[in-house]
Write a protein that binds this ligand. Structure first.
Ligand SMILES: C[S@@+](CC[C@H](N)C(=O)[O-])C[C@H]1O[C@@H](n2cnc3c(N)ncnc32)[C@H](O)[C@@H]1O
Length: 383
């Protein structure tokens, strides 16, 4: 989709055609059927633009819920947008401030910030993305300025806060090194240095050495999946936050003991692992590390906690395909959930090679104790 066909979508004719495309796809029509239904009334360019947009809206429901039906997307913009629950959590700490959103994308964050009472001035380098973000603000009835500009032209000192969610994707795919973000890490640090307050969204795997002194690093997970790290100026230390509950925990640098695997195994939430809060989680479950290098904890009783998934240990065995297969067959297992930490095993290949056909189900946690690979057969206890 280009800027011109997007602009056409926003005209009265475009809106009627888009509403029809939404309705056609809602019937479950396939691509050929949908095109021929719309081609009776609209030209090929409009049909293509509306069906693309209607398809993106359907895909966006998983992230944006009910708002998706009113919003506009580009494929990349949708993929890179922050989900509302995560954006809202962050926006709470910026509530009521004037905020410069230095690389706004299709507007996931700016919408949450505007809804939190921020006065948002948002920029993006890409003209289509700017048009989409502006249309989203209007469609959802939030007040924000959305402009085409390079982040480098911003004067962060003119706002209460700077927010930046740099692009972590190039034409070659995902970028893991912050030096390759766009805007570049140096540009971002320069903006942060001139800002009164700053909030940066970065990849959860950001190497610790990139976290600037004097910024708090917060790792955020949503329904057990780590979504992002956020760097906050004016604060320090490490924090993990669980969404949607909002439970949060800061680092106290608690050291966990190491001891053999007991009756229960705990898999700490990824946000706690990334924030190096394993000792703090160990304290909650009265647990020990099973190995100094592995983020699995073990304990003699089950303490339900949102900070870790618990498993009742059924058997611990040295890992070998043959031994594991016969143990699972003996237990009449057909469905196996395989988890791993510190194991190089290819999970899909293992699942295939196990060739199970029983009735029961079990969890297999693959890990290592020192250099010894082990498999733990376990029953899920939940959080
Ligand atoms: C990860 S996306 C932002 C997503 C957004 N926070 C959301 O929730 O929808 C990053 C955006 O940065 C923009 N960008 C990259 N370099 C930029 C620059 N130098 N100035 C302004 N925007 C830039 C890209 O066009 C992209 O839309």
């Amino acid at each position: 989709m280009d800027l011109e066909s997007f602009a056409r979508l926003l005209t009265p004719d475009g809106q009627t055609a888009l509403a029809e495309a939404d309705a056609v796809l809602a019937t479950g029509a396939g691509p050929v059927e949908a095109v021929s239904a719309l081609r009776r009334r609209y030209d090929p360019d409009l049909v293509s633009a509306t069906l693309t947009q209607a398809g993106l809206r359907r895909r966006a429901v998983a992230k944006f819920g009910g708002d998706a039906a009113k919003m506009y997307f580009t494929p990349h913009g949708l993929e890179q947008a922050t989900r509302p629950e995560v954006a809202e959590h962050r926006a709470k700490r910026l509530a009521g401030l004037s905020v410069a959103d230095a690389c706004c994308g299709i507007g996931g964050d700016l919408i949450a910030q505007a809804r939190a009472g921020c006065e948002v001035d948002a920029v993006d380098l890409d003209p289509l993305t700017v048009a989409v973000a502006r249309a989203n603000a209007e469609a959802l009835g939030v007040r924000a300025t959305v402009r085409l500009a390079d982040a480098t032209t911003l004067d962060p000192s003119a706002y209460d806060a700077l927010f930046a969610d740099p692009a972590r994707r190039t034409t070659k795919g995902r970028v893991f090194d912050p030096a390759a973000y766009s805007p570049t890490w140096n540009v971002i640090l320069d903006l942060v240095g001139r800002a009164r307050k700053a909030c940066l969204k970065v990849a959860p795997g950001i190497p610790y050495e990139y976290i600037p002194d004097g910024m708090e690093a917060e790792w955020v997970s949503f329904k057990g999946e780590v979504k992002e790290a956020v760097l906050w100026s004016g604060s320090s230390g490490r924090r993990a936050t669980l969404l949607p509950s909002g439970e949060t925990m800061t680092a106290r640098d608690v050291e966990a003991d190491v001891a053999p695997i007991g009756s229960y195994l705990y898999e700490p939430d990824g946000a706690a692992v990334r924030a190096h809060l394993i000792g703090e989680v160990a304290e909650i479950v009265d647990g020990r590390l099973i190995d100094p290098q592995i983020a699995y904890l073990s304990a003699d009783s089950h303490v339900p906690t949102p900070w870790a998934a618990g498993y009742r240990v059924e058997e611990v065995m040295p890992f070998s395909l043959k031994k594991l297969r016969s143990a699972l067959r003996e237990r009449n297992v057909g469905a196996v959930t395989i988890k791993k930490r510190g194991s190089a095993v290819d999970v899909e290949k293992l699942r295939h090679d196990l060739r199970l056909s029983g009735e029961g189900s079990i969890v297999v946690l693959l890990t290592r104790l020192g250099t010894r690979p082990v498999a733990v057969l376990a029953t899920e206890m939940g959080r």
